[in-house]
Design a binder for this molecule. Structure first.
Ligand SMILES: [Zn+2]
Length: 64
């Protein structure tokens, strides 16, 4: 499965080109061991999708 690492490590959804979440995906710079220590639900995912990014980092322009 060529896209197995192109998933969001928070929600597990595919973020590859054409997936609908490709835009605004953020690369997770941690290695897989670190992601496991962080208790990421999908530690093999090398990205975080835009929706999870908002939840994690609480971008100031996202209300409430
Ligand atoms: Zn996500």
């Amino acid at each position: 499965m060529q896209f197995e690492k192109e998933i969001c490590n928070e929600c597990g959804r595919a973020v590859h080109f054409g997936s609908g979440l490709f835009v605004n995906r953020v690369a997770d710079l941690n290695d897989i061991e670190t992601r496991i220590e962080m208790r990421k639900p999908f530690p093999n995912g090398e990205y975080i999708c835009c929706e999870c990014t908002y939840q994690i980092y609480e971008y100031p322009y996202v209300g409430n």
